[in-house]
Each structure stands twice: as structure tokens, then as C-alpha cells.
Design a protein around this ligand. Structure first.
Ligand SMILES: [Zn+2]
Length: 169
């Protein structure tokens, strides 16, 4: 189970906090199985950093003018989240017939890399060539008055304690 904290930031930066699905930087929660063998399918890459280093970056070679990138991408919550999502999708789609890999590039890697490297993106104040690195702060959020929005009692985060007690009975 993925543990979360209310602030989100520290959790996002915890490298092994759980599975890729809905969390950051760990192993995929569920690995697809071969129908024939009924055995777990081995991942192509053992970790998110290995996926980025061995697959994403060697295949993603663009001029860096006007592009922001950070060699310490793993200290940026948005990068961990987006690249984890790409990795999770890759591990599933690489096993699917063509044009799955093309779809993965178009719908996953292209989209997330464009978002990460845009000029106003999370790496805006980083400079990979100069070794400069600066994390962006979490945007402001003012808590709304209680009762203004409906609350799902069964939610993992923010659910009412009574709902959790009910589950354990
Ligand atoms: Zn950085």
C-alpha cells in the first residue's frame, strides 16, 4: 500500500514509496501476465532511473536551446510522476502488437517529455550543462470552508476515520 502524506511533496520525492500506479518511482504495482504461462512477465527495466538512462535519454536527443532539462530529474516530483507513468505504460505496451510502440511514443513519451521540458516547466531554473538545479515550490492552495464540497467517506486519503473502522470489522 502506498503511504501518502498531506503535503505530497516529500512523498513525491521518496524514491521507493510504492508502485508506479498512483505513486512515484517504484515498481509497477501489477505486472501483466502471459495468458499461456500464467507467470509474471519480467519488466524490461529494473527501475525508473534505469528506464530513463537506458531508454528515454538515448532515444530522446534534441537540441537544448529553449529546452529545459535537469540531470537531477529524480528530485522533481512532476518528473518522477510523469516518467513513472511513461515507464508503466511502456512495460505494458511493449508487449502489445504494432503499432503499440508508436502509440506509446505519440500518446505518452512525446506528451510527457514536452510538458517536462517546456520553457515554463518544472526544469525552468535548472541547467543541465552548468549543473544548476532548483526545485519549484508547490503552488498556493487555500483550504475551502468545510461543507462546501462533498467528501467521499471511503477515500484512502481524506476519508472519514469511521469508514476505515467499518472496513476492519
Ligand atoms: Zn533540477
Amino acid at each position: 500500500m502506498v503511504k501518502r502524506n498531506p503535503t505530497g511533496e516529500n512523498e513525491a520525492l521518496t524514491a521507493n514509496s510504492g508502485g508506479v500506479s498512483g505513486s512515484f518511482g517504484g515498481q509497477p504495482d501489477s505486472v501483466p501476465t502471459d495468458d499461456d504461462a500464467q507467470e509474471p512477465v519480467r519488466l524490461r527495466f529494473a527501475s525508473l532511473p534505469l528506464f530513463v538512462e537506458s531508454y528515454v535519454l538515448p532515444n530522446w536527443r534534441h537540441p537544448t536551446n529553449g529546452i529545459a532539462w535537469c540531470g537531477r530529474w529524480w528530485e522533481h516530483a512532476e518528473a518522477i510522476t510523469r516518467l513513472s507513468a511513461c515507464w508503466e505504460a511502456f512495460e505494458v505496451m511493449r508487449r502489445e502488437p504494432a503499432p503499440a510502440l508508436s502509440v506509446w511514443w505519440r500518446d505518452h513519451l512525446d506528451v510527457h517529455m514536452a510538458a517536462l521540458t517546456r520553457e515554463s516547466g518544472p526544469f525552468k531554473q535548472c541547467d543541465a550543462e552548468r549543473g544548476m538545479h532548483r526545485q519549484q515550490p508547490i503552488w498556493s492552495n487555500v483550504q475551502p470552508p468545510a461543507g462546501l464540497f462533498p467528501v467521499d467517506d471511503d477515500a484512502e486519503i481524506g476519508g472519514r476515520p469511521a469508514a476505515q473502522t467499518k472496513e476492519t470489522r
